[in-house]
Structures are given as C-alpha cells and as structure tokens.
Design a protein around this ligand. Structure first.
Ligand code: MN
Length: 362
C-alpha cells in the first residue's frame, strides 16, 4: 500500500463519488440504479468506510472488488476498512473484543463463512489461519488500498488532509479527521471527503445533502447512511472532463408519497444530534415525550422510542422539530408515521409534515 496514489480521471466518464457505505449494499445498489451508473461509461470512486456498522460488509467488499476488477471503480481506505492489519499482529490488543461486540463485522463474517463462530474462547491464531487460508484475496485487496487518490483537480481522501505533511506524519488522521470543515481550512486543490456525517455541520435543520464549499475547495459528502435512521447515501457526480460543475444524487429506502396540502416552514427549530444529545424528559404522553435539551434548554416533543436511558442519564436519537416547507404536489419520503403527522424528507432535508399524503407507486 502506498499512502497516496496519483491517477488520471478518464475524460469521457462521469465520476460518482460515494463515501461511508458502511456495509449497506442495498443503498449502494439503489444509488447506482437511481443514477443510471454504467460500468462502461462511468467511474465509481469509493471514498472510504465501505465496511462495518451495517449488515453486509463482506458482500459490499466483494461487490467493490468485482467493480475494481472490471476497471470502473477506485477505492480509498477509510478508518473502518483496514482489517488486513489483523494478519500482521497490529490489532492483537483489541480485535477479539471488537469482534465479540459486533456480530456483523467483516472479519466475523469471513470466519462465519468458513464455519468458525467467533466466541470468547476462540484462539486468535485460529481466526488468523482461517483468514489467511480462505480470505487471502479480500485481505490483499484491503491491503492494496491507498489512503488518498490524487488527480489533477481533486484529492479523494476519507477524512481530510489538513496540512501537506499530514499524509506522511499522521496517515491515520487523514482517514479519521473529525469535523474537517470545522477547522476552517481552504485548499488550492479540491478535497473530496466523507467520514463526518454532513448533518452534524448544520445547526437547526437536518440536511443530509453534500456540502460543497467552492471558496474553500472542499466537498463533504457523508449522508449518514446506516448511522442515522433518516440517513442517505450520497453521490457527488463529477461531469466528464472534470471541473466544479458537480451534481448530486442520493438514495434512501423510504416510501415516497405526494403531499396534497401546503404547509409553511417552522420559524424556529432545532436539531439534536449525536454527541450533544443529553436531555431531561419533562412529560410523557405515550407516543411522544416532551424533552429539554440540556445544553441549550431548547424544548421539543420527541418520539418516545427515540429516548434512551443510560447510567449517565437520558439521551435521544438524532431528532428535529423542524416543520418542512411543503407545496401541494411535492414528493416526500416518509421516514416515520405518527398521530401528529409524518417525519419526512424533502430533497434530503428531514422534518415534520402534518398534511395529507397520497402514496406514489414506483
Ligand atoms: Mn469514517
């Protein structure tokens, strides 16, 4: 593996950049279908974290290996993809605990396929033997992935390269570069990054669409697939010949419905998100719980199944009280139905809609 490889974008193909698939093969297939991806006319660039968290890591890995072999796919490594390192002993300290707490992790799926059910007393040496004997192709593929792919106009990297020497000095951080946009940096060459769900960058609404900062030459594209209940898999589409005339597309699995009545947007709203989600429950009415967000004091009604109690207190699943701006005829995807209306998405933005909906066939 070299840290960065240089490549030339084929001038006659669209390039679809997708990050953070996280073992969710149906979302990837749905996105490729929706965008009309063609192995002959397009290039898929996977910007890291195609494994772990979701249910189909091994299937996703093999799917991408096939596309790479066909010559229509480039892949960079994310912080969730470097599992070949188990064979060199680099993971001995934590890998058993990791596997035991994650039934769907890719290494466990590989072992399972060979009839080895990983248990607390399974010797690590036996796991490594199975991987070496039966999954050498997958391990070699993972080991071959660069941390960044550099083309004339763009750098594709999972987390972000904050300083020119960072790839050499802190390669891990280039994959796990949290809150990259929040660092305020700008670059001469475009950096296309994933890793940090874009919803986390937005204050009062839940908008999962890519953030494209033309003045800073950064595009951040992680739509929160797998991690967020209402997440989506984004594609940043670079037109043939390059440039910054990007288009975006996304896939989510929610049923589509047509709005029949208008609704105005709420004037104020808040989005309680992962990492800042401690609340105090105030009133419980069964379906909804009135909660006060501890840090801001903001109060909102939250679906009761989003509220969790732990030793440290109450937290909530990502949620918003934003009311969508809706015109009759708008197409909404319906995430959750309640007696007070539906949690919907309109063009990648999540919010509530209390009007009438009619189903739309595919
Ligand atoms: Mn990541």
């Amino acid at each position: 593996m070299s840290t960065m490889v240089k490549k030339i974008l084929p001038g006659d193909r669209r390039a679809l950049v997708v990050s953070d698939i996280h073992g969710n093969l149906p979302y990837l297939e749905g996105l490729l279908k929706k965008t009309g991806f063609s192995p002959e006319r397009d290039l898929l660039i996977v910007d890291g974290d195609f494994l772990e968290k979701g249910k189909q890591s091994l299937d996703t890995l093999r799917y991408l290996m096939r596309l790479v072999a066909e010559g229509c796919c480039w892949v960079v490594r994310g912080n969730c993809d470097g599992w070949h390192q188990i064979l060199s002993g680099g993971m001995d300290k934590f890998i058993m605990k990791y596997m035991l707490t994650r039934p769907n992790c890719v290494l466990r799926q590989m072992c399972c396929e060979q009839g080895l059910d990983v248990m607390e007393d399974t010797p690590l040496g036996e796991i490594k033997s199975v991987l070496t004997a039966h999954h050498a192709a997958e391990m070699d593929f993972l080991a071959s992935l660069p941390i960044a792919i550099d083309t004339e106009e763009y750098t594709f990297v999972h987390g972000g390269i904050s300083r020119p020497d960072m790839l050499r000095k802190e390669p891990w951080r280039c994959m796990k570069n949290d809150n990259f946009l929040g660092q305020g940096l700008s670059f001469d060459k475009w950096q296309i990054v994933g890793h940090w769900p874009v919803v986390l960058y937005r204050e009062n609404i839940t908008d999962a669409n890519p953030i494209i900062l033309r003045d800073r030459h950064i595009a951040s594209i992680d739509g929160g697939c797998v991690l967020k209940d209402d997440g989506q898999l984004n594609a940043l589409i670079i037109p043939p010949g390059g440039g910054d005339g990007f288009e975006c597309a996304y896939y989510d699995p929610f049923p589509t419905a047509r709005a029949l009545t208008a609704q105005s947007a709420s004037e104020k709203s808040y989005y309680i998100r992962w990492g800042d989600n401690a609340v105090e429950p105030l009133a419980f009415d069964g379906e909804f719980t009135r909660c006060r967000h501890l840090r801001t004091g903001y109060e909102m009604d939250i679906p009761s199944d989003y509220v969790r109690m732990s030793k440290r207190g109450f937290t909530v699943n990502d949620c918003t009280d934003y009311r969508l701006q809706v015109e009759p005829g708008d197409l909404l995807s319906v995430v959750k139905r309640t007696s007070r209306g539906c949690l919907c998405k309109k063009n990648g933005v999540s919010g509530w809609y209390a009007g009438k909906l009619e189903p739309v066939g595919d």
